[in-house]
Design a binder for this molecule. Structure first.
Ligand code: SF4
Length: 358
């Protein structure tokens, strides 16, 4: 799959989060955040392992207090993914995390307390050679900006980012990723459009924050991030959901695949069923989807409810089935392969997938 050229994404500078390039036209990377307690390194590493298997490329963990630092060091030493330390309020935690193997720091300079403390973080990240994500949130804006009546919320978020970036640049630090998150889809879209205009050099970490549980959060994230990615805005993403973080990674990959940007796993093409359907197509599609989780090649697989329209409508699928009454047709590249009894249809489909694509 091809990344569009000459987009805002192609024009940002590239920073490295561990071995993952972010910005400068690099493929949009998928991030998530652990929900485990960082002082429980083994539970956290177990979750990171599950996330890595799901396709997560960068992982963030909270470092809420000093007690979390030994666990954080252990996690960094054994994690298969680059680990970003999420820091609030205490600059010493950021410094401690940078010294213990963080691949990047995420801070909101507005809640660190003073620019002296922010400078200590900047200098430590500079010595460690790691980037900093400046993460501004609608819910935790710097008071001076938050109280300005003359600015809209997107303008406030962008003004915050601009002020922080200016300060980092004056300190000689440019290894920056920016995020400015809100829970509203229109605010998120407008903010990131403005950010990509006003600070076009810096890679953007996109996502909707506090987006909600699986269904609502998926819709909100895909509505906002889908629009932005299609406009070429956004270099890395975390789609936050109140759910198992593996869901965030799955949704992120589904979104990238739906936009034709990156595909990690197979795509299921299935018809909505109608009055012509004579099998339990929903059950069949769900079974195919479940079994496709074990298939690694990024093929497209169709499950269609009738032989009349099925293969034609799913002509561009790599392989598929079109169901009739009591039997169905396996087709490959839009061409019929053979007819199979309904009860063997899914098994034989997967035999063909194994033979041809795995
Ligand atoms: S593929 Fe056939 S069964 Fe499925 S929606 Fe279209 S016409 Fe109906």
């Amino acid at each position: 799959m091809v990344q569009k050229q000459d987009t805002p994404r192609a024009r940002t500078r590239r920073v490295m989060v561990g071995n993952v390039p972010v910005g400068g036209g690099a493929p949009v990377s998928v991030q998530s955040m652990c929900t485990t307690h960082t002082d429980d390194a083994s539970a956290t590493l177990e979750q990171i392992d599950r996330l890595a298997k799901a396709g997560c490329e960068i992982i963030r963990v909270a470092v809420p207090n000093k007690d979390a630092l030994p666990g954080f060091a252990e996690i960094c030493a054994s994690s298969p993914l680059p680990v970003v330390a999420d820091i609030h309020f205490d600059h010493e935690l950021a410094i401690g995390a940078a010294q213990r193997g963080a691949a990047a720091l995420r801070v909101n300079p507005g809640n660190i307390g003073s620019f002296d403390r922010v400078d200590a973080i900047i200098d430590e990240a500079g010595s460690a050679g790691i980037p900093i994500r400046i993460g501004v949130n609608a819910g935790s804006l710097d008071t001076a900006v938050a109280e300005r009546q003359d600015l809209t919320l997107p303008q406030k978020l962008v003004a915050s980012c601009e002020a922080f970036v200016r300060h980092f640049e004056e300190r000689g630090f440019g290894d920056i990723v920016l995020s400015a998150k809100a829970h509203s889809v229109p605010v998120t879209i407008e903010t990131y459009r403005m950010l990509s205009q006003s600070l076009p050099d810096y890679p953007l970490h996109v996502g909707v924050t506090e987006a909600g549980t699986l269904r609502q959060g998926t819709v909100k994230n895909c509505a906002a991030v889908g629009v932005l990615l299609e406009e070429g805005i956004g270099d890395t993403m975390r789609l936050s959901l109140t759910a198992d973080p593996v869901e965030e990674v799955d949704v992120a990959w589904e979104l990238l695949a739906a936009l034709g940007m990156r595909r990690l796993r197979p795509e299921l093409v299935s018809c909505p069923t109608c009055g012509r359907t004579q099998v339990n197509l929903i059950g069949m599609a769900e079974e195919v989807e479940r079994r496709l989780r074990d298939v690694r090649s990024p093929i497209s697989v169709a499950v269609m409810g009738c032989v009349v329209n099925g293969p034609g409508e799913a002509r561009d699928a790599d392989i598929g089935i079109a169901c009739g009454k009591g039997r169905g047709l396996i087709f490959v590249g839009g061409e019929p392969l053979r007819r199979v009894e309904e009860e063997h249809l899914v098994d034989e489909l997967f035999e063909e997938i194994g033979r041809r694509f795995c």
